[in-house]
Design a protein around this ligand. Structure first.
Ligand code: GLN
Length: 242
């Protein structure tokens, strides 16, 4: 049993250690006896999506997004088919924005993949800080950090969570991220998954169930991960119950 993760353009999109998310996915799969492989793709590389079980796109600056967007548009139909057929995709911040119709900057428009019916407009000030979500998708809280100028409107998409602390998609809707098929798209920067083991397992489950429908993901010891998660949630929400 083997799961292959494709990391798209880590040389350009890797803010705040987004790569830590891949380490967390691998560790929690290997702890269950699932072999893992990580393939990193540079901007000019060919990508065979049929070889991939999880695709990861991280965050980047506006300049880097502009470079990446041109390449993504060239492979638009491959990545769209991968998503529509239930491939697992994790997209963070800049990667999240690129899944939508566009990211409108002050003087420039970055065209997106239109996989999600969302759009993003650059605003002021940047939305920066710790963030806590309550997420029906995982049945619990998600703790993270956000830093984005973009304000994202998600239309009728299902959000990843409701903002309990922090800014979220646009600083005012009260929601953060999008979940669509097996896509998890979020502004929460890396390393997000190491301190959110339930979300990590959900992404693993999505990928494993597609490839090995009979495989049951057993529980593993998550004491350290849960301690980190609970510490952050308590620090920002105090004793407020969720
Ligand atoms: N450049 C985008 C923004 O500022 C995304 C930033 C990021 O990936 N951190 O909104």
């Amino acid at each position: 049993m083997k799961i292959t993760i494709g990391h798209l353009f880590p040389d350009l999109l890797n803010l705040y250690g987004d790569r830590g998310n891949i380490a967390a996915l691998c560790r929690r799969m290997e702890a269950r006896g699932i072999k893992t492989a990580v393939k990193q793709y540079d901007i000019g590389d060919d990508i065979d999506f049929s070889e991939l079980d999880i695709v990861f796109i991280g965050g980047g600056s506006d300049r880097e997004q502009l470079l990446v967007c041109k390449r993504l548009l060239e492979i638009k139909s491959d990545i769209t088919n991968y998503v529509e057929e239930g491939g697992a995709l994790v997209a963070v911040c800049g990667g999240y924005q690129l899944l939508g119709h566009y990211y409108q900057l002050k003087n420039e428009k970055i065209e997106g993949l239109k996989i999600l019916d969302i759009y993003t407009t650059q605003g002021d000030p940047r939305l920066i800080g710790n963030i806590i979500l309550e997420s029906e998708y995982i049945g619990g809280t998600i703790a993270g950090f956000e830093n984005h100028g973009g304000r994202t409107v998600i239309n009728s998409h299902t959000p990843l969570g409701k903002v309990l602390y922090g800014h979220g998609n646009d600083g005012k809707s009260g929601y953060e991220g999008v979940v669509y098929k097996n896509v998890v798209a979020t502004y929460l920067h890396g390393p997000l998954l190491p301190k959110n083991p339930i979300l990590t397992d959900k992404i693993i489950k999505n990928a494993v169930c597609k490839k090995y429908p009979d495989f049951l993901l057993e529980d593993i010891d998550s004491t350290l991960e849960n301690t980190a998660h609970d510490y952050i949630v308590k620090r920002f929400l105090g004793n407020q119950t969720v």
